[in-house]
Design a protein around this ligand. Sequence first.
Ligand code: FMN
Length: 192
Amino acid sequence: MTRDFLSGPIPTDVISEMLELARRAPSAGNSQGTEFVVLEGERVAELWDLTLPAEKRDVFAWPGLLRAPVVVVPVANTERYLARYSESDKAQTDLGKDLNNWAVPYWYVDCAFATQNLLLLATNRGLGALFFGFFERTQAVSEFLGLPEGVYPLGGVALGWQGSGDRPSQSAKLPRRHQVVHWNRWGKYLQS
Ligand SMILES: Cc1cc2nc3c(=O)[nH]c(=O)nc-3n(C[C@H](O)[C@H](O)[C@H](O)COP(=O)(O)O)c2cc1C
């Protein structure tokens, strides 16, 4: 993740191409419910005004994050899942009737797959990227973006050319865990 950007723009065709590739992630029943809202210029500034107000900004540890020329907001369109799972080959699942019937919220899973694609594509292009959460501002951001009912933002992906002032977050300094693979049942780690 990159948290210090140069203000130089990203060509529009580069953004469009990355999003065209990012969307080719797998999706439940091929529902293709992931969509993107691309913010640039004044709209990026307005997003930061909403999510990082002046009193917090004065002590914000990564002022260079706010120079990112583009923020992409991947959103999950749950209507696509209800419609797809109401079709004849899926109707018997009852998943098209109510989002509460889903054991796993695949609209967020699919949205995260596509978002990871975007992060990888950005890295491959030599761009920096940061996925960040909206936390308690999620509803306010939804209104800011004009999202209709049933469409939910995953978070933001700041994109731009990396500046020279970047440094890892506290989280990135944590050591990588080794024992995360369980063989045959929980608790049986492969010896490392
Ligand atoms: C779901 C998710 C939410 C995250 N939210 C934030 C965030 O709100 N702010 C931030 O600075 N970094 C955020 N990160 C970035 C993580 O802190 C970062 O990926 C982790 O520390 C590892 O660092 P690296 O990706 O640079 O290797 C988030 C990452 C993920 C996957």
